[in-house]
Design a protein around this ligand. Sequence first.
Ligand code: FO1
Length: 451
Amino acid sequence: MNLKRVRILKKCNEKKGAIVYWMSRDQRVNDNWALMFAQNLAVERKQPLIVIFCLVPYFLNAAIRQYDFMLKGLKEVEHNLKKSNIPFLLLSGEPGRLIPEFIKDIDAGVLVTDFDPLRIKRKWKDNVGENINIPFYEVDAHNIVPCFYVSGKEEFGAYTIRPKIHRLLPEFLEEFPQIKKGKVQECSFKFDNNWESIEKKLKVDNSIPKIDTIKPGEKAALDLLEDFLLSKIKYYDIDRNNPVKDSQSNLSPYFHFGQLSAQRAALNVERMDIPTGMKQGFLEELIVRRELSDNFCLYNPDYDNFNGFRLWAKKTLNEHRQDEREFIYSKVEFENAETHEDLWNAAQNELVITGKIHGYMRMYWAKKILEWSETPEGALETAVYLNDKYQLDGCDPNGYAGCAWAIGGTHDRAWGERPVFGKIRYMNRNGCKRKFDINAYIEKFGNNKLP
Ligand code: FO1
């Protein structure tokens, strides 16, 4: 495999012992470069390979909704690894303490993990690195072109990262080798994961309903991808901004939990015998926009607060701080969909009920939070909080970049100046009306009360 996908987090002398892959962001067995790298090390060194996942009792503002989706997918990971004779251990608690303990207990030789730009994950890795004495590698199994390789700085926008990604795609958009079966050393460790007792340790909000309409896991993700490519991709560019039509791929929860690799999706799209023009819109979202979000979170430590906005955006928002707001709502009022506007309330209801807001409405939803909040800081906090708590794909670089785009002009340019927004791009109800039948959307979600 291309070793540019790998970077070393801790240099140490190698020693004999099992190769441990600490799975975190990329929760799948197939098409996973981190697992592949760990397995290659195990084969070369004639050592066993062990996969572990560390379940934390709470994660940012995630609720039972996201944990339920994730845990079901992880059970499939356990099952699929078993078929390849690879043991899977579910740990429960703080990674910074548990992983070094485990490494010591089994006298492991190398630790491998997957790449993630979020602050919390980097902190976990720093803590782990400080308490182990074996080599520790990180593999970008999420992006097609590794995030730390494509650029060494925060990019201004899609227009600056796009040429860098496209230049490197021929090198990185390659087919995955199959995961090897039984080639690694037999493992003497046998783990019996007690899922039920581990699930009981979760300290998350249990009142947020689980999503039964989206089937979790690697298999379901591949089925949905196939379905999208067969019947929807052709209309993606024409219909994707229409929230009344079911024209989006709905793959983002799978990408978020790493149950599907973006590279797999891109390879399957590339192979399709349809005009290039029909593929471009989807590939742009799948590759350029996704990788731009990772770049933003990797190089901007303030990706989820006002300080992370560009200078021009901070300046213009500061200049309009004192502007009179026609409506001001609290976080709770937003959360309960209690604004004066039926269209906004419908979007919030869509989020609470289905675990997602349609892409176009997601932008409108966040823009109005800016318009109707006392401060831009408060607006961003509300948007991030609601996104992480209710979106099935919350707690993700995509969500942070999306909120920063809508409220802080990140990856966007300055527009005509107006109250409250300053030069941040504005969106309004009439724009929505021009794009789609807003009454049909309101009809669909407007009258739904919180379950
Ligand atoms: N990653 C972990 O390694 N352990 C967890 O217990 C965990 C919980 C979790 C809950 C909700 C959620 O949205 C994400 C969660 N993640 C967890 C992280 C996730 O896998 C992603 O890596 C990050 O959210 C960034 O994309």
